[in-house]
Design a protein around this ligand. Structure first.
Ligand SMILES: [Fe+2]
Length: 269
């Protein structure tokens, strides 16, 4: 997997620093990412497609009564194949039709300025490689199952789509303490967010949606679930190496968009 990512980055002309696992080293773009119809198609091996089939089948079933309706409806809209990795150009076309978002091909984990800059333009930077078969339950950095199955699906929800763009617009210019606060806010919403529904608390954060163990953990008794409070979330420490002990619950995606707006305006952003 290391050499696959490094090779891909080199072929696309990106700079990547050497490290223990290049998937965890943020890549600073040296030229624009291919976007939309310009994304080169990629051929996947039978094993890679089988990895998608296993992950898709397992999460789809697990999320049936645990993910929010907006996510499950998003899966219907996106219509991903169950047995093979979707082409990013197809994902791009679906998002264009629904919330006017687009897809760019990311060579790996992007430097935050590049990732936020794309969000600010209503473009989601997605990887196109999939985790190894030995990493079905955990992978240390995004892969295309995490990016496509989780992130692009929720972008079909109009309020979330607008919030996500506003987040990019605000975060790409933030510095110092505020930048850290925004990263924490992102963690507790986009990656680990929960939502109140008439059927109980459901999941919308993709760090949970795309992880088998986080799905079963997040709704259990050992997790403290607190009401949505942007400043509290911004200052709440988080640890990537453990199952999340504290999560925050929004009431709606409309609330996420409007309260984020109010909070960041209050910070002078
Ligand atoms: Fe993510």
């Amino acid at each position: 997997m290391e050499s696959q990512v490094a090779e891909r980055a080199a072929r696309l002309g990106f700079e990547s620093r050497a490290g223990i696992d290049p998937r965890c080293v943020p890549i600073k773009l040296v030229r624009p990412m291919p976007e939309g119809e310009a994304i080169p198609s990629r051929r996947y091996t039978a094993e890679e497609n089988e990895t998608w089939r296993i992950l898709y089948g397992r999460q789809r079933k697990l999320l049936e009564c645990r993910a929010c309706e907006e996510f499950l409806e998003g899966l219907e809209i996106m219509g991903f194949p169950e047995d093979r990795i979707p082409a990013l150009t197809d994902v791009h076309r679906k998002l264009k039709q629904t919330t006017n978002w687009g897809i760019a091909l990311a060579p790996g984990l992007l430097a935050v300025e590049d990732f936020y800059g794309a969000l600010a333009r209503r473009v989601f930077a997605s990887t196109d490689y999939i985790r190894g078969r030995d990493e079905l339950d955990y992978t240390p950095a995004p892969d295309c199952f995490h990016d496509i199955f989780g992130h692009t699906t929720l972008i079909t929800e109009p309020y979330f789509a607008n919030f996500y763009q506003k987040f990019g617009q605000v975060a790409m210019h933030a510095e110092g303490k505020i930048r850290g606060w925004l990263a924490s806010f992102y963690w507790f919403t986009v990656e680990f967010g929960l939502i109140n529904t008439p059927h109980g608390i459901r999941i919308y954060g993709n760090g949970i949606l795309s992880s088998y163990s986080e799905v079963t953990h997040c709704l259990g008794a050992e997790v403290r679930r607190l009401p949505f409070d942007p400043q509290r979330m911004a200052e709440q420490p988080s640890d990537l190496s453990i199952m999340q002990p504290i999560l925050f619950v929004i009431d709606s995606f409309q609330q996420l968009e409007s309260d984020f707006d109010r909070w960041t305006k209050g910070l002078g952003l």
